[in-house]
Design a protein around this ligand. Structure first.
Ligand code: 3HC
Ligand code: NAI
Length: 710
């Protein structure tokens, strides 16, 4: 049974401990080990009951996700399979007890459901997060969970995948007892005591598969399933697995258990082989991969960040201060004038009050967080801060002035971060006496909500400061992605061609609302025109003015947004942009925009024509992909999966597509290249294919393979 499962006997109770760090996933060897342990204890007369527990920090976090790729690529699975183990635990003559700490997720919770009883530490969480990987519970979770917790709870857990606390699980019948204590030893003692009580009580011991009392009738389940489907369509637009999970739970009510598990298995397979599942599994591993920086090994010394100071209490500074406060880090927030400071603090207050109203935070939590933010107009305490984050206007001269001041004040060893979205980090660092401490922390708006943090490494940034920033991102509950110092870094550099093509399409005759609709139907949170209106069309206009190198002479440049700005249409903030906005920000199409586009086309000899939805999608998404490929070969992103994570967490790219680079892989890079060449033939300069795209397409390879080859 190897090292993966350990057996011991405690006070007449057989203990099976899974030891597959870090999360005790059910990798090959683990199910076999549990089954052998079970058989051994069942035939051991000195053992009255069996406890299944996880060694280390957790129970079992589920099936080994890495194995799914092997199944879909046709490699044979060895061993008895998880459902055989679960069946064994349920049909055991001796009572079986799952002892849960940390997480019982996915196949972990399904294994626990096979046990006659479940006990858990108060800090434990249970859940069926499979839908987040594009699959459904595949080891009878959709069939046993509604029997333990009722259909409504099972629908919630299986269709949305969110974890449930031990207390809540106990209330809903998933857990039989919450054990007091803090760690493995307390849990084991509690579980052994519980098992001994069950031996004394005597059998028969409950089998979840036979408990039909909570299921109700198909007629009762139907409206619950319909409500869950409606919520899925709203909250997980375009995702297939949540709807399939609902079908599987519905089958638990309409079919006897043995038929229900067959139905579950069919649906599980269908989901596992879907492109959506591959995309979501890619995103799962990508999110963890981005934490790894090749030249900075795990455990590289990082500095402690226990206090922070932010300069500028505008849109970004306020949100950044909230992110620190939410992580329990005291933060000073400095503005130039009392008026600007008051305005910034009022917005912070308003944001917290909104979260309070929505029930996201309690009053006590809000007051604690607000108390961690010290608003000020002076430099008090900046000399003690572990990190200073600059979030003043986007202007190089101002940034340099501010960094010169910070350099004179910050304590040695403080991290000096800039939230610039486009400016050169090295130029900013050059005015300080310590460029090794300077780094970009590019938050996304609203900074207290958006999870992406682009961490921009300058030429002289020290490894320690990079390591500190990567660790800090996690403390702030952000997904930190390390990028290089180029114009727009990774996210905005790619966003530029994406929005450029959207504008070109509009000028060529695609209605702006249709461009948005095509992207929305693809799964994007918002289309490119609506995003432009939200961010402010003047932002793009300023970039085009201030970075003329982006549009070399003789190249076509987008004209419509500059023209809209000239009309005072900056987007939502002026009540009109690509759309006209009602008082409650409702969006209306505007014939004036159509006229403007026709006029621009006529004046500049742009042919207006019928444009298909396919062309709209390919033009904007492949513009992202082509620029992403260039960024990769220039080394400004470490891997293609880093780009995917930036787009998933910073730009609302649909999760079930896996990110732009993974999406291109699923289409096939040869097909993507073919289309890029076609656009080049029609539109010239902007569509020169990235050499890396050409190379990978010629090799019939993928961006994912390229990542793995490095
Ligand atoms: N399979 C394989 N590897 C896994 C894994 C799993 N189920 N869960 C986590 N890992 C790996 C991670 O990739 C990471 O590897 P790395 O260190 O090489 O990057 C390592 O374990 C640690 O993971 P985290 O960094 O995520 O650790 P945290 O402590 O932050 O979080 C966790 C722990 C909450 C358990 C989180 O890892 C998690 O949510 N895991 C996935 C759980 C899940 O989705 N389970 C369902 C699997 S599908 C299933 O069970 C199908 C069944 O119905 C048949
Ligand atoms: P903003 O205009 O809302 O806020 C800037 C604030 O800085 C103003 O309140 C101003 O009074 C203050 N300020 C100016 N000089 C100062 C000084 N010397 N000391 C202290 N405060 C000073 O601007 P916003 O949008 O917050 O942008 C700030 C930075 O964040 C810019 O570099 C911008 O490029 C970047 N950024 C902006 C994003 C956005 O969506 N708005 C997204 C990501 C980055």
């Amino acid at each position: 049974m190897g090292e993966l499962v350990r057996l011991s006997v405690e006070h007449g109770v057989g203990v099976i401990t899974v030891q597959n760090p870090p999360v005790n996933a059910l990798s090959p060897g683990v199910p076999e080990g549990i089954l052998q342990g079970l058989e051994q204890f069942v035939s051991d007369h000195a053992v009255g009951a069996i406890v299944l527990i996880g060694g280390g920090r957790t129970f079992i976090a589920g099936a080994d996700i890495k194995e799914f790729g092997k199944i879909t690529s046709g490699q044979k699975r060895r061993g008895p399979g998880l459902t055989t183990v679960i069946q064994g635990l349920e049909t055991s003559q001796k009572p079986t007890v799952a002892a849960i700490h940390g997480h019982a997720f996915g196949g972990g919770l399904e294994t626990a459901q096979g046990c006659h009883y479940r006990v858990a530490l108060r800090s434990a969480q249970v859940g069926q997060p499979e839908v987040k990987l594009g699959i459904i519970p595949g080891a009878h979770g959709t069939q046993r969970l509604p029997r333990l917790a009722g259909v409504k709870k099972a629908l919630e857990m299986c269709a949305f995948g969110n974890p449930v606390s031990a207390a809540e699980a106990c209330e809903s019948g998933i857990i039989d007892r919450v054990v007091d204590g803090v760690g493995y030893d307390d849990l084991l003692a509690g579980a052994v005591a519980f098992a001994t009580e069950m031996v004394a009580k005597g059998g028969p011991h409950p089998k979840a598969s036979e408990q039909d009392q909570k299921l109700g009738t198909p007629e009762e389940a139907a409206p619950l399933c319909e409500a869950a489907r409606a919520l899925v369509r709203k909250k997980r637009r375009g995702h297939m697995a949540p709807l399939k999970a609902i079908d599987a739970v519905a089958a638990a009510v309409s079919l006897p258990f043995p038929e229900g598990v067959k139905r579950e298995a069919e649906i599980f397979r269908e989901c596992l082989f879907s492109t959506q599942s591959k995309a979501l599994i890619h995103a799962f591993f990508a999110e963890r991969q981005v934490r790894k920086v090749p030249d900075i090994p795990k455990g590289f010394p990082a500095r402690d960040v226990r206090s922070a100071a932010v300069l500028g209490a505008g849109t970004m500074g306020g949100g950044i201060a909230m992110s620190y406060a939410n992580a329990g880090i005291p933060v000073r927030l400095k503005e130039v004038t009392q008026e600007a400071l008051d305005r910034g603090v009022a917005i912070i207050r308003k944001n917290y009050e909104r979260s309070l109203k929505r029930g996201r935070f309690t009053r006590e939590y809000v007051e604690q967080r607000v108390a961690l933010i010290t608003p000020q107009t002076g430099w008090d305490g900046f000399d003690e801060a572990d990190i200073i984050v600059e979030a003043v206007f986007e202007n190089m001269a101002l940034k340099k002035e501010v960094f010169h001041q910070i350099d004179g004040i910050a304590r040695p060893g403080a991290v000096l971060a800039t939230n610039t979205s486009t400016l050169n980090i090295d130029e900013i660092a050059s005015v300080t006496s310590r460029p090794e401490d300077v780094i970009g922390h590019h938050f996304f708006s609203p900074a207290n909500v958006m999870r992406l943090l682009e961490i921009v490494r300058g030429a002289k940034t020290s490894k320690e400061v990079v390591a500190t920033s990567m660790a800090l991102a996690r403390s702030l509950k952000k997904v930190g992605v390390l990028v290089g110092n180029c114009h727009g870094f990774v996210g905005n550099r790619m966003f530029h061609p994406y929005r450029r093509e959207a504008q070109f399409l509009a000028e060529e005759g695609a209605e702006p609302s249709r461009v948005d609709r095509v992207l929305y139907e693809f799964g994007a949170a918002m289309g490119p025109m609506a995003v432009g209106d939200l961010a402010g069309l003047d932002v793009g206009m300023r970039v085009r003015k201030e970075a003329p190198h982006l549009y070399p002479p003789g190249t076509r440049r987008p004209l419509a947004e500059d023209a809209l700005c000239e009309m005072g249409r900056y987007g939502q903030k002026t009540g009109a942009g690509w759309y006209r906005y009602g008082p409650d920000r409702t969006r209306h199409e505007d014939p004036a925009v159509d006229e403007l586009l026709k006029r621009i086309a006529a004046e500049h000899g742009i042919e207006q024509r019928q444009i298909s939805d396919d062309e709209i999608l390919d033009r904007v998404v492949y513009a992202l992909v082509n620029e992403g490929a260039r960024i990769l070969e220039e080394g400004y992103a470490l891997r293609s999966c880093d780009i995917d994570i930036i787009y998933l967490y910073g730009y609302g790219f649909p999760a079930h597509r896996g990110g732009p680079m993974f999406y291109a892989d699923t289409v096939g890079l040869d097909k993507v290249l073919e289309r890029v060449e076609e656009f080049r033939g029609q539109h010239g300069h902007w569509w020169r294919p990235a050499p890396l795209l050409k190379q990978l397409a010629a090799q019939r390879s993928t961006f994912k393979d390229w990542d793995q080859s490095r």
